[in-house]
Design a protein around this ligand. Structure first.
Ligand code: ATP
Ligand code: MG
Length: 570
């Protein structure tokens, strides 16, 4: 059956936010002649996580909504840390989320020639100079939030001297760190970003795209605004930590106003903070390298490769991004909201199947040894047109261990000695005996069935019982590996307050079992989603599962069991 969750439909009503208000106002005044052009600008130095997904959904989503375009631009100005592997993975993630950059795939390195020419221009205008001090000296002169910085002794160096040095830096005459190019703004500015920031530095390193062509590389703040302008971005959406960089963004573009096609507007929004997880690149790397998880796509990680493998659907993540919205205030989002979005998507989209995770044998004493029959189970209770499939029934079945209690507690309505329950889609059975081994452990249950009570027949409603449990025929059940995942951390804020986040790892975040599944599940295609009745939503693992040899990951339980245990997030 087709996996419907991948369809590009949104069920969420569009709620306005301050970014939409800005764009609506720009469209009203004709500031951009109705044009909306955004970009997602990752640095290819690591794998994307669910926080990036917020930014991707926002940038691509806004562009879609206003019939604009969104660019994917790799901010590749730090060649030491960057790699093609990350570029490929990021492209893959964005596509998977359901977005398309069309012809707008760009790299900051595409602009190295222009960035260099603009830098020469700034020098010629007295707006930039070569500083030949050490990085330490420059740092010491920068001042603090309370005290102004000091001018560099090279600040008033003649233009020609700076130009000559800059050209020689480019030609490779100097070693790393010998000189830098600095914007000439204001060492007394209350904003430290404006105190003559470095805009070019010498790095004799190979670049994954430009090879050995360059040994000087532009800094992020200088590169980013110019790249936006050259691509004619209208609204440059970024996270709040860049708010203090906006004056520099605007300063650079003001100096170049006759040279670049437009001056995009930088707009900041609050980054996503999600409970029960960590998102910093450093911590993700540490978890992977110290083998506390099984790689970058470990289903417990917040990386997009991880959540995909866990069984999250693109639609559930888009729904999440829309639901949490965007604002200017930093806040924490409860993991339960993300999980609910997945439940909502899969409740609609995932076909129902039966699996018995912790089997207990049940023998129907009055059912003939060789007999088998078909029972019919709907593929989706609210989608009659998805049809029914046959689930074979026979004398010996498996049920879940937890559906039986020898001494039932109050309110337990499932199977117990003398109690009667419905075997879903089949018969009423009554427990008449227990087989135990020499240690006193239960090995099998004995039941009798009432042949007049089969589901779908007139006799089905003759008697009402409270318990309704799932089962599989032992003869027909297939064995499959099932990985039961839970949250990676037991603490909602694993890295807050200087704690060592590794102390909060949840020891039960991964349990691998062999379970029984109904025959129809054997042919599951990788990444197909299912609801295993009463057990949760599962996905056939995209790496290890194949038709005939299925491996399932539990993406999420049917209900939020954490909300009750730990209370709500701050
Ligand atoms: P760093 O800059 O430390 O390497 P980063 O996570 O900011 O890490 P980038 O590749 O620069 O990585 O991020 C690309 C885009 O994703 C940026 O525009 C950034 O603002 C946005 N982004 C990163 N983390 C989040 C988050 N938690 N919530 C929303 N947006 C985010
Ligand atoms: Mg960044």
């Amino acid at each position: 059956m087709k996996d419907k969750s991948a369809e590009n439909k949104s069920t969420e009503p569009v709620v306005s936010n301050f970014i939409r208000s800005i764009i609506n106002e720009d469209n009203r005044t004709g500031k951009w002649q109705g044009r909306v052009e955004t970009r997602f600008p990752p640095e290819p130095n690591g794998y994307l996580h669910i926080g990036h997904a917020k930014s991707i959904c926002l940038n691509f989503g806004i562009a879609q909504e206003y019939q604009g375009v969104c660019h994917l631009r790799f901010d590749d100005t730090n060649p030491e840390k960057e790699a093609q592997e990350y570029v490929d993975a990021i492209c893959d993630n964005v596509k998977w989320l359901g977005f398309d950059w069309g012809t707008h795939l760009h790299y900051s390195s595409d602009y190295f020639d222009q960035l260099y020419a603009f830098a020469e221009y700034l020098i010629s205008q007295g707006k930039a100079y070569i500083d030949s001090q050490s990085a330490d000296a420059i740092r010491e002169q920068r001042g603090t939030l309370k005290s102004p910085g000091q001018n560099s002794p090279y600040r008033d160096r003649p233009v020609d001297e700076s130009l000559d040095l800059f050209r020689r830096m480019k030609a490779g005459e100097f070693h790393d760190g010998a000189h830098v190019l600095r914007a000439r703004i204001d060492m007394a500015s209350p904003n430290i970003n404006m105190r003559d920031p470095v805009i070019y530095r010498i790095r004799h390193v190979h670049h994954q795209r430009t090879g050995d062509q360059w040994c000087i590389y532009p800094m992020y703040d200088y590169t980013h605004c110019i790249s936006d302008a050259l691509e004619k971005i209208t609204h440059s959406l970024c996270t709040l930590e860049f708010e203090d960089h906006r004056p520099l963004y605007d300063w650079v573009l003001d100096q170049l106003q006759d040279k670049v096609p437009c001056h995009p507007q930088q707009i900041e929004f609050a980054r996503l903070n999600l409970t029960y997880t960590v998102m910093s690149k450093r911590k993700l790397i540490e978890l992977v390298e110290s083998k506390l998880v099984d790689g970058w796509d470990d289903p417990r990680l917040s990386t997009l490769a991880g959540v995909r493998r866990r069984g999250y659907t693109p639609r559930s993540i888009r729904l999440f991004a829309e639901r949490i919205g965007v604002s200017k205030a930093d806040s924490w989002i409860d993991m339960g909201i993300l999980e609910d979005c997945l439940r909502e998507d899969l409740n609609e989209a995932a076909p129902r199947r039966i699996a018995v995770l912790k089997p207990l044998k049940l023998i129907i004493d009055n059912y003939p040894e060789d007999q088998e029959e078909d029972c019919f189970a709907p593929n989706h209770p609210q989608q009659p047109d998805w049809g029914k499939r046959s689930v074979p029934f026979s004398k010996t079945l498996y049920i879940e261990q937890e559906d039986f209690m020898e001494e039932p507690v109050k309110g337990f309505f499932r199977l117990a000695p003398g109690a009667e329950v419905r075997l879903r889609y089949a018969y009423l059975v009554k427990c008449v005996g227990i087989d135990k081994n020499s240690q006193g452990e239960i090995e099998a249950l004995h039941c009798t069935y009432d042949p007049d009570t089969k589901s779908g027949t007139a006799g089905a409603s003759s008697r009402k019982v409270k318990g309704n449990i799932h089962w599989l025929s032992a003869r027909h059940a297939q064995s499959a590996e099932v990985r039961l995942y839970d949250r990676l951390f037991g603490d909602p804020y694993p890295d807050s307050g200087g704690k060592d986040y590794k102390q909060s790892l949840n020891p039960d975040s991964k349990t691998v079992i062999r379970a029984f599944v109904e025959p129809a599940l054997c042919e599951a295609e990788a990444e197909q989603h299912f609801q295993f009745e009463r057990n949760g939503y599962f996905v056939a693992d995209r790496i290890d599962s194949s038709p005939g040899k299925p491996v399932f990951n539990r993406a999420v339980t049917l209900r939020d069991s954490w909300g009750k245990i730990t209370g709500k997030a701050k």
